[in-house]
Structures are given as C-alpha cells and as structure tokens.
Ligand binder design. Structure first.
Ligand code: ASP
Length: 358
C-alpha cells in the first residue's frame, strides 16, 4: 500500500514502512496522555486544548533532541499545569498532603523511579536524576526529597496545592467523616460525586477509618481530581515511557501506586514503551504496562493495546487506560474509563481525542 510518501508492507506479521526513496524510515511519534478517568466537561475541554499545543511543541523536541527529552518536556509542562493530577494540582492524600510518584524508562533498560515524594513539581525530572546520576532505580520518601533539595527541585507544599484540590479535599473529607459516623450513606451520594468514586476505588476505607481512629482524629483536626500524566515516544532509535502522578485522591499516606513501579504503570524495552493510568491497585496486579509491551511481539501496538485489556480483563477488573508504542513506531491507545484525553503526533500529523475505544 502506498500512502503519502511511504510504502507499507507486511513482514513477519508486522506492518513495516519504507520511504519511497528506498531508505527504510520509521515514523517518529510521541503520544501524551492527561490521565484516564472521569473528567468534567469544562476541564476536559481545557485539557484537550492544552494537549494539542503541547503535542506540537513536544514533537519539535522529539525531532531536535530525541525521545527522552521529548517525554520529559511533555510531562514537565503537565506537571506545571494545575489541570492535571501531577506536580502542581496533584491529588492530596487522605491527610491533605501531595505525595507524588513518577517513573521513566528507556528501551535500553536505563530507568529511574521516585515514589511518595513531597515538595516537588517536576517529579519526572527527579526520576531522570535517579536514572542518570545514581546507581539506583528507585528512591522514595524523604530520601527523594533530599535529592530534590540538592538538585534545586524542592518547593514548599503550597506550590503544589491549588484552590481546586484544596476545596475538593475539604468537601470529600467532610463527606467521608459523615459516612464513617453513619450520618450519610454512600448510596445517597450522586453517581458523579468524587467521594462516591473514591469509595468504589477503596471499598475498605470506611471500615479502616472506623477501626483506626488515629487517622480520623487527624482528619477532624485538619478539616478546615484531575489525572495522572504520561508520554511515550519513539525517535526512530530509542523508545521511552514516562508517567507522573499525585496518585489516587485520598489515598492513605505512604501508599504507592503503579506509576513508579516498572512494568506496572511505566515500562519500556527494545520492543515497546507503555504508560498506564487509572486505579493503581488494578494496574499493579496485572503488570499492565509490561503485559501490553509483551503482546507487541506478535501484535501491532494498536491490537496489543486492546488485547491486553481483553485477556487480563477476563480475570481482573482493570479501571485504567494505556498509551503504547512499539519498535516500528506503530502505536495504540485504549482505556476502560469514561474518558482518556490523549494527543498523538506521528510524522507531524496530530490526532487528539478524549475516547479511544473503537
Ligand atoms: N495510576 C495512578 C495511581 O493509582 C492514578 C491515576 O492514574 O490517576 O496512583
């Protein structure tokens, strides 16, 4: 098949591409996601506009500086924006603090992860420092904060909390306290109420708080979600995946999600690169990102992104979305959440949508 200036042909079960001038040319592609989940219409529109502009800018970085620089650039911009659940605007935990997770992985096996880190906007850049400057793969909590201080990435917490996240936290926690004390039943909350969704994600939270009153007391004293971001890129040579998040809203302090766990929320090897988002506990249980990349051995990335949900979904609930790219530059996006705003820029052509399930 001839399309634009490329010839597409099937070889070893995969679609390959050759430029008409005879030189094998692999598409250069970047995919960026703004998080899989429930998005209110007004914020979704803002996020899509933001992603369109970001897609164009990140593609330029991809062409000039390669996959790693493009993934870091794209994620940094979303970490800076209060629209997404990463860096500034990251979801507060149960006690109202922002604890971030981030991960970065390259096809040659180099990787860096940070988990449960406070006081940082650019968590993905901290993960890159773990990758490029230390002998370790993952640094968490206070150790990660010390590293952020040394590298000039530390910021006070008020730079991470936004009016929106503070209000959401107050509203949800006061509702939660009423549920815990039996004054309000979960069923009386509207379908789209954030607390109702949280109680679906965490079916044991109310019981946990009833049994562990120390948390309740802290909450009572203190009373007074956008989504995770990620990117995968292929510059014709290197595949890179990166993800950054504030984690799930109202998580218990110290909870680590899928994002900084290699193979769960972030994964890359010589076959493919994948970034996942959604309910971290669902994603970790099935090692979603690695499972998707493994399927690209026999399937195109497009088919693999759907198949992984079909196969693993037979046994497990997977409330998540993924972006996936393979060594031929083929890509796929799929999700089991209501919305998943993503932008793809492939050889300069841009596609932007908030649903990818056809
Ligand atoms: N996967 C993230 C976590 O569970 C949250 C998200 O993607 O929105 O920490």
């Amino acid at each position: 098949m001839i399309w634009q200036n490329y010839i597409y042909f099937v070889h070893e079960n995969k679609i390959r591409v050759t430029h008409l001038c005879g030189v094998i040319r692999i598409p250069q592609t970047i995919i960026i996601h703004g998080g899989a989940g429930y998005w209110r219409e007004d914020r979704l529109m803002k996020a899509l506009n933001f992603l369109k502009d970001l897609g164009e800018k990140s593609y330029k970085v991809l062409l000039e500086k390669g996959s790693l620089a493009a993934v870091e650039y794209a994620i940094n911009k979303m970490e800076e924006s209060p629209l997404f659940n990463a860096g500034r605007g990251g979801a507060p935990n149960l006690l109202g603090h922002v604890e971030l997770d981030a991960g970065l992985m390259k096809s040659n096996g180099e990787a860096g992860f940070v988990a449960s880190v406070k006081n940082v906007i650019y968590a993905i850049s901290l993960a890159k420092i773990v990758m490029t400057e230390t002998d370790h793969l993952m640094i968490v909590g206070e150790g990660a904060e010390s590293l952020a201080k040394i590298k000039g990435l530390w910021v006070p917490e008020n730079e991470l909390l936004t009016n929106r996240t503070i209000n959401l936290w107050r509203e949800s926690v006061s509702g939660l306290l009423q549920v815990v004390s039996g004054q309000l039943s979960k069923e009386r909350l509207a379908e789209d109420n954030i607390l109702r969704r949280i109680l679906d994600y965490y079916p044991h939270l109310v019981e946990f708080l009833r049994k562990n009153r120390a948390y309740l007391e802290k909450l009572q004293m203190k009373l007074g979600t956008g989504d995770t971001v990620g990117a995968v890129a292929f510059d014709g040579d290197e595949l890179v995946a990166g993800t950054s998040t504030g984690g799930l809203f109202l998580k218990l302090p110290g909870r680590v999600g899928d994002t900084p766990l290699p193979g769960a929320g972030t994964f890359a090897n010589e076959k493919g690169a994948c970034s996942a988002t959604g309910v971290g506990e669902d994603i970790i249980r099935v090692m979603l990102a690695k499972s998707a990349v493994d399927l690209t051995r026999n399937l195109s990335a497009r088919d693999a992104s759907r198949e992984v949900f079909r196969i693993l979904g037979e046994k497990f609930k997977i409330r998540a979305g993924i972006i996936l790219i393979d060594q031929e530059g083929d890509w796929g996006i799929y999700h089991k959440t209501p919305k998943f705003p993503c932008v793809v820029v492939e050889n300069g052509s841009l596609i932007i949508k908030d649903e990818w399930r056809e």
